[in-house]
Design a protein around this ligand. Structure first.
Ligand SMILES: Cc1cc2nc3c(=O)[nH]c(=O)nc-3n(C[C@H](O)[C@H](O)[C@H](O)COP(=O)(O)OP(=O)(O)OC[C@H]3O[C@@H](n4cnc5c(N)ncnc54)[C@H](O)[C@@H]3O)c2cc1C
Ligand code: SF4
Length: 338
């Protein structure tokens, strides 16, 4: 039996005050990840600060045409929100590709960003894991690493970031609004999650005494030409082997703007602007898409069991871009793709 305290925050200022005063405390929102980690003895917070009743549950239009999503909007409510369905369908698709309906009903927007890796060694306290126990070693590098990363890895950790929602948020260039003892700040999505380097225990650049209050989406939602393609071992209720968020802004058959982000292949949602730039001004044809996929995967490196992800990712990128170009995100019949 591991004892911990429980406190419910009355407002955001109270949440920040409570977490600042206890180095072992953790916020709890939907609890769908944190409670599992506590049951497995991976996380041992001395105190849970319940933020689930804070008034961070609205989705509001911003004056610049963007949208602000409160950190406690449940994943289901967000996916089915009319403004998300109309203006950011890529985000709705990505959310609905994740977990199960019951989990999405509980899971919060902020919690989704901060969910931890699904590396099985991270969950198994009998094995070394630098992310769980810094300095103990990485069991996956020479172990079972079929689900692991091919980009952005380090000698210390090769785990992937598990979120689907975050892949779409990376492609859409979201921003994360946070509040801590020093006040409010806004973090570009690309800077929110960290690569492991030699400190894989730190998944993000969020301070331990900061709370995520909202996600902001820019006006450009790529509402017509988009696709979220997720390849997994089962058709539902499974984490991505590879996922691709692709979004295009077209002028006829010419690409004016492109966004590409990958999930299931790196320790953070993976976006590479050089691949996007290679698409600008090009026609929507397979050769263009293959060139972009080659660029995006140029530094990919497989381990003993996950080398297949490199070719899988290449094909997924081409297919997702083709579906986006055809404004046919659900298409299974992309016959022109090799
Ligand atoms: C069986 C299963 C299958 C799943 N499949 C998928 C999948 O396919 N794709 C996918 O994307 N996800 C999947 N998930 C993960 C799920 O989406 C996450 O567990 C969920 O989004 C976490 O949200 P939560 O509100 O429950 O977070 P919690 O468990 O409450 O918290 C998670 C972490 O976030 C911190 N936190 C929460 N809110 C805030 C905040 N506002 N500010 C600062 N810190 C905060 C907590 O302290 C904790 O460290 C799956 C989960 C399960 C259990
Ligand atoms: S890949 Fe990362 S999370 Fe998995 S065992 Fe290695 S250090 Fe731990």
């Amino acid at each position: 039996m591991i004892n911990f305290e429980y406190a419910r925050a009355s407002d955001v200022a109270d949440a920040v005050r409570l977490i600042s005063g206890d180095a072992g405390a953790k916020f709890i929102a939907g609890g769908t990840n944190l409670i599992d980690l506590m049951k497995e003895d991976v996380e041992r917070p001395t105190r849970l600060i319940d933020i689930s009743r804070l008034p961070l549950t609205t989705v509001e239009s911003l004056a610049d045409g963007g949208l602000r999503v409160g950190a406690l909007v449940p994943n289901s409510d967000l996916a089915y929100h009319p403004l998300i369905e109309q203006r950011y369908p890529l985000l709705a698709s990505a959310i609905l590709a994740g977990a199960s309906q019951q989990l999405r009903n509980m899971a919060s927007t902020g919690g989704n960003l901060l969910q931890r890796t699904r590396c099985h060694y991270f969950y198994d306290t009998a094995t070394p894991c630098n992310k769980r126990d810094p300095g103990s070693g990485c069991s996956a590098i020479n172990g079972a690493n079929r689900m692991h990363a091919i980009l952005g890895t380090s000698e210390a950790c090769i785990a992937t970031h598990p979120s689907d929602m975050c892949v779409a948020l990376a492609a859409l260039e979201a921003k994360v609004r946070v509040i801590g003892p020093a006040g409010e700040r806004v973090i570009a999505f690309a800077d929110f999650h960290r690569l492991p380097g030699d400190t894989p225990q730190n998944d993000t650049n969020l301070g331990r005494d900061e709370i995520v209050t909202a996600i902001e989406l820019p006006a450009l939602g790529f509402a017509t030409n988009y696709s979220y393609l997720k390849i997994r071992d089962r058709l539902s209720y499974a984490f991505a082997l590879v996922s691709v968020a692709a979004a295009l802004e077209l002028d006829g058959k010419t690409i004016k703007q492109a966004r590409l982000a990958l999930g299931g292949v790196a320790p953070k949602p993976w976006r590479d602007s050089s691949a996007e730039e290679a698409l600008h001004g090009q026609g929507t044809n397979p050769d263009t898409f293959i060139r972009a996929s080659d660029l995006l995967l140029r530094d990919a490196r497989g381990f003993a069991h996950n080398g297949f992800k490199i070719e899988l990712a290449r094909r997924c990128i081409v297919r997702a871009l083709t579906q986006a170009a055809q404004a046919n995100p659900q298409s299974q019949s992309d016959k022109k793709i090799r």
